[in-house]
Design a protein around this ligand. Sequence first.
Ligand SMILES: N[C@@H](CC/C=C/[B-](O)(O)O)C(=O)O
Ligand SMILES: [Mn+2]
Ligand SMILES: [Mn+2]
Ligand SMILES: [Mn+2]
Length: 314
Amino acid sequence: HPIGIVGAPFARGQRKDGVEKGPDYIRRARLVAKLGAQGHQVKDYGDLKFEDVPNDEPLGRVKMPKTVGSANKQLADAVKTVKKNGQTCVVLGGDHSLAIGSIYGHAAARPDLCVVWVDAHADINTPLTSPTGNFHGQPVSYLLRELHSKIPVIPGFSWIKPCLSAQDIVYIGLRDLDPGEHYIIKHLGIKAFSMTEVDRLGIGRVMEEACDHLLSKGKRPIHLSYDIDAIDPSVSPATGTPVKGGLTYRESVYVAEEICRTGLLSALDVVEVNPDRGKTEEEVSSTVSAAVDVVLSCFGQLREGFHPSNYQLP
Ligand SMILES: N[C@@H](CC/C=C/[B-](O)(O)O)C(=O)O
Ligand SMILES: [Mn+2]
Ligand SMILES: [Mn+2]
Ligand SMILES: [Mn+2]
């Protein structure tokens, strides 16, 4: 499939400046050229322009709801357009609150989608369970039908209707959850492979079981929402909420290789790359290059090697 790239330089889902630079740093690592070299037709739609909504009062602990709501409405429309154009959509973040718009817009075009959420965190706090009020820790709660009654009316969010059921999402990489999130995952029976399962089963079995769970009733489009903080901070330190004991570089690539192998990848978010959180140039480049390798592996880059179909041995 052809690929459509959307830059989403958004930071208002959390409090640490710099994550809005993610799209720029990933593009500067030549993502578009590298995807082209892999034989893909790539259209780069450029960066969305996000403006703070004026007099955006906090709602309890929840900060800048109108700004977050309007940015995600804008992103939802952009993602829907990319899908209507028959492209696999790649959203470059920006913080993880963007998954609200990305998944909503994707579901508008492909209502039968399922979600693979790769993250140290579950991002499933409701506004009432959130310990920080940061929206990047809440996106999944707005998308799940089963949690609809637990979400209060929020200015700027009236456009959102839940578009996912609990069995339509699988988590990989979890290792830092709040009590409310753990309660929700257990009570809704959401399939979750924390780092304990990654250690116990190995990433091979985890991917096998994750795909079996989501695709047991037949093929359907996959939305892969990849938070760079799923990967161990020794590989990707330049991010807002690093947590030790994460995916190795090899595991982070294997996840993408296996999603690619399903042939069902329909949209990808790569979020939470924050160049300002790298203590050294090397930390920033290591984080950005991990993000680029996740994308390239989602679109066919293989460690076993590759040769063009028309290759002639000289
Ligand atoms: N659970 C914490 C951390 C949220 C982390 C969000 B991230 O996964 O998008 O990095 C919160 O709710 O504030
Ligand atoms: Mn996240
Ligand atoms: Mn995270
Ligand atoms: Mn984060």
